[in-house]
Design a protein around this ligand. Structure first.
Ligand SMILES: Nc1ncnc2c1ncn2[C@@H]1O[C@H](COP(=O)(O)OP(=O)(O)OP(=O)(O)O)[C@@H](O)[C@H]1O
Ligand SMILES: [Mg+2]
Length: 243
């Protein structure tokens, strides 16, 4: 069953069409990759889905509810949470406090002790326990990225959107994130993930959407995508042989 159904999604910046008549679906309980060359429109797609950018045309339905035209905080409340391609600190907040924010959403209705325990567990899962009381602006880029992923997870979204979550991470940290996403899938969670690190991405995902010049170039299983001539031509190149 589809959790998200996108049709005809279009966004222009002046003469440039960043997202062009895009349609795709995401199965509930799956992990779907979004791949494609730099400038293909991947981050713009996330900005449209989460209400950070207004769309020119199209429809984005979350279990039948139209998301286009709604504000980002409303879309967040409906169940979408995202991480950012460039992770930024919440100035003045520690790592632990950063995670307590999404955990204090009214829908969570958890007490302080419970929220604090959940935040510590997330830090532990992502290998950041030792940074719990460090101010977020004092974290390095890799730690900030993990914290940004943890913040999105803390919202317990129905659809989690991660924009290049492996970027800047070492192998042990990537393994932690991968493990975390696999466990999320086992409990029915749905994830859409933009990545260029295909060696780590492809074994994790159920399907991939390939964008090129804002449009859908291909969609399918990692195996089908890796051997698709058009995808190899436009993006994978020699890397395709390694996937
Ligand atoms: N706010 C904006 N104003 C004008 N042009 C923009 C804006 N945001 C994105 N673009 C353009 O839209 C196109 C798609 O950009 P986008 O950031 O979505 O690509 P991407 O697939 O995420 O690339 P990357 O892999 O490098 O992150 C690019 O040509 C970019 O320059
Ligand atoms: Mg991007």
């Amino acid at each position: 069953m589809s959790l998200l159904v996108v049709t005809g999604l279009t966004k222009r910046f002046g003469g440039l069409c960043a997202v062009k008549d895009l349609g795709f679906e995401i199965d509930a309980g799956s992990i779907q990759g979004v791949i494609g060359p730099n400038g293909a429109g991947k981050t713009s797609l996330f900005n449209l889905l989460t209400g950070f950018l207004p769309a020119d045309r199209g429809s984005v339905r979350l279990e039948g509810t139209e998301l286009l035209g709604r504000r980002p905080h409303v879309i967040a409340r409906l169940g979408l949470a995202r991480s950012f391609q460039l992770a930024r600190p919440f100035a003045g907040l520690t790592a632990l406090e950063t995670l307590m924010l999404p955990l204090s959403l009214p829908a969570r209705r958890a007490g302080f002790a419970e929220r604090s325990a959940q935040a510590r567990e997330l830090l532990d899962v992502l290998g950041l326990s030792h940074k719990a009381d460090t101010l977020s602006e004092a974290l390095n880029q890799g730690e900030l990225r993990l914290l940004d992923i943890a913040r999105a997870l803390a919202a317990q979204p129905r659809l989690l959107l991660l924009d290049e979550p492996f970027s800047g991470l070492g192998t042990p940290a990537v393994r932690r994130v991968v493990q975390c996403l696999r466990e999320r899938r086992q409990t029915g969670g749905t994830t859409l993930i933009i990545e260029h690190r295909l060696r780590e991405l492809m074994p994790l995902i159920d399907r991939a959407l390939v964008l090129n010049f804002g449009a859908r170039l291909a969609e399918g299983t990692p195996q089908a995508i890796a051997s698709d001539e058009q995808v190899i031509e436009a993006y994978l190149g020699r890397q395709g042989a390694e996937v």
